[in-house]
Design a binder for this molecule. Structure first.
Ligand code: SAH
Length: 204
């Protein structure tokens, strides 16, 4: 399939990630005007002025997160729900949170339709994480903060991994991987990315 070939050529090589991305059809998450671009490796506009990420970036972030079948994962920034759906194939349980009620409602409906029963979508400010279900084995943030939000670091299990873009919202950001150790956190810079900003408070 052309789509998978494009992902591979951009560095998404993990077999489990590619299988998950083959299984989850991006067409469910992009409606209307941009539907004809759904298998193209570009970010696309969705409701509430947000974007569904570029498929290769979704793949690279998922790969960097190194999810195991027993993991409980938190995603901050549900958006269309595409990334959460891919995570749900790889993990035991996925919690995904967005500040826009409408995006959460739309994503929930797709998860239901597609029989993705291990995802819980929540409306809320994800910069505070989701304390009700902490700690998490993996945390993926799909909106950019200036620094890793400390509540998210605190909600990571020892040995857990968080992947997130950091940097100024209107500039190129750096995708980083934070690993919680017994004594602190180790950080690794992965690549340059561009995400919408992580904004505090709920959306309209
Ligand atoms: N992962 C998404 C794309 C995310 S776009 C997908 O697969 O389609 C980034 C999302 O982060 C937007 O929907 C935006 O509303 C959300 N967001 C920004 N700040 C947030 C916050 N503080 N808490 C929760 N969600 C936030």
């Amino acid at each position: 399939m052309q789509f998978l070939f494009a992902l591979r050529s951009r560095g998404v090589t993990d077999a489990r990630v590619l299988t998950a991305m083959e299984r989850i059809d991006r067409a469910h998450f992009v409606k209307g005007l941009f539907a004809d671009k759904v298998y193209t490796d570009v970010p696309l506009p969705i409701a509430s002025g947000q974007t569904i990420s570029q498929p290769s970036v979704v793949g690279l972030m998922t790969q960097a997160l190194d999810v195991s079948p027993r993991d409980k994962v938190l995603e901050v920034g549900t958006g269309s729900g595409y990334q959460a759906a891919i995570l749900s194939v790889l993990a035991r349980r996925v919690y995904t949170i967005d500040r826009f009620k409408r995006l959460v409602a739309d994503a929930r409906a797709i998860f239901e339709e597609e029989g993705l029963h291990n995802i819980t979508a929540i409306t809320g400010d994800g910069s505070f994480g989701y304390p009700e279900q902490a700690p998490f084995d993996r945390i993926l943030v799909t909106a950019a903060a200036e620094d890793p939000p400390s509540p998210l670091l605190a909600q990571l299990r020892v040995g857990g991994i968080m992947v997130l873009p950091v940097g100024q919202s209107d500039a190129v950001q750096t995708l980083i991987r934070a690993t919680r150790t017994e004594t602190g956190y180790e950080y690794e810079e992965l690549r340059q990315v561009r995400f919408v900003p992580l904004i505090e408070g709920l959306g309209d």
